[in-house]
Design a protein around this ligand. Structure first.
Ligand SMILES: [Zn+2]
Length: 92
């Protein structure tokens, strides 16, 4: 049986499913992530893009670092994902 995780942003506009096990989990406290997330510590969970399915909503994107996209809910501000164009088979 395939593991399925479901989640949403704070307001519920954006919902998504992740299928299968993540390939990587880590905690991160660098300056960029602390400011982007608004927390002293972030836990990143890595999946392959094919494991991710957006169910509702359209995340807004923001990039401060060339090649890095951070997505978030435009209504409530919840961080959704981190994408690095240099790592096309990774989604956090
Ligand atoms: Zn939201």
């Amino acid at each position: 049986m395939t593991r399925t995780e479901t989640g949403s942003c704070f307001c519920g506009s954006i919902t998504a499913e992740l299928h299968g096990d993540p390939f990587w989990i880590c905690s991160d406290h660098d300056d960029d992530c602390r400011k982007a997330i608004g927390s002293p510590l972030t836990v990143w969970v890595g999946y392959r893009p094919a494991q991710f399915r957006l169910l509702t909503g359209t995340p807004k994107t923001f990039s401060r670092t060339r090649g890095v996209l951070r997505t978030f809910c435009a209504d409530c501000g919840t961080s959704i994902a981190y994408l690095d164009q240099g790592l096309p088979e990774e989604l956090y």
